[in-house]
Unconditional design. Structure first.
Length: 262
């Protein structure tokens, strides 16, 4: 039977409905995620800035040393993003719970660290790795430009950054369901969850991309409130994506019956 998937407007309306009366908890979860995620990212930034300062003070100008410092900084930032992604597994668990009618608990944000951390870390690494690889060409050009300050190279850097961002978006969309699958089917391994997300998103990448794009006006309005509006917009975005996952895994047939795809 032909499958019928919900349009973005319906998914967003569903998200609003499930969040009704739960925004207090969702805002608390958002704050906790933001605090711990930023702590991880900022810690990596402080270390890399310290190393760069030592490097500058040493007076070393060799290309090898410059590349080594920038590469270490890039990799350390990647490690911070992986740990932040483990937190994102908890976020997926939290909003999937809301979307299936369960009472949310702010502590669910730490689900990725609390339950089978090894598997969750592997999944987080698998989701982060394509993003790191995607930006390698732009990263290499940036390192070279940082030394040469060539205007012609700056143009190439901008083009590379745009191309790398497009590649990153493709990987991000393709693997977006990994964490939901991981918490929905805990018997699956990290690689199985990654592969399942990749397979399930075939033919649905544009749907999710357009859903995420539809939140740009909300984000811009939230920024006008000095960022405070993000506390309301972020839960709305995350629950909408959780609704997308539920719709993807349980589409309606033309007869109106629900059909689970896994």
């Amino acid at each position: 039977m032909a499958k019928h998937y919900m349009p973005s407007a319906v998914l967003k309306d569903n998200a609003k409905g499930f969040l009704n009366g739960k925004y207090g908890s969702a805002i608390g979860a958002t704050i906790i995620y933001a605090v711990f995620s930023n702590l991880l990212i900022n810690a990596a930034s402080i270390v890399t800035d310290w190393i760069k300062t030592l490097f500058v003070k040493s007076g070393t100008t060799s290309s090898g040393a410059v590349i080594a410092v920038f590469t270490f900084s890039y990799l350390l930032s990647g490690v911070a993003v992986v740990f932040s992604s483990v937190l994102m597994i908890g976020t997926s668990y939290y909003y999937l719970g809301i979307g299936t009618g369960h009472e949310p608990r702010v502590s669910d944000i730490f689900y990725g660290f609390r339950e089978d951390f090894g598997k969750n870390f592997k999944a987080a690494f698998g989701v982060t790795l394509p993003a790191l690889i995607s930006y390698i060409p732009a990263f290499v050009l940036y390192v070279i430009y940082n030394q040469t300050k060539s205007k012609s190279l700056l143009t190439a850097l901008v083009i590379a950054a745009i191309a790398c961002t497009a590649l990153y978006i493709f990987f991000d969309i393709s693997l977006k369901m990994t964490f939901y699958i991981l918490v929905d089917f805990p018997e699956l391994g990290a690689f199985e969850a990654l592969k399942s997300s990749w397979d399930k998103m075939k033919g649905h990448r544009m749907r999710l991309f357009l859903l995420e794009l539809s939140f740009i006006p909300y984000v811009l309005l939230a920024l006008l409130s000095f960022g405070l509006g993000i506390l309301w917009v972020y839960p709305y975005i995350q629950e909408s994506i959780a609704q997308f996952y539920l719709d993807l895994m349980n589409p309606k047939t033309v007869s109106g019956e629900w059909e689970r795809t896994v």
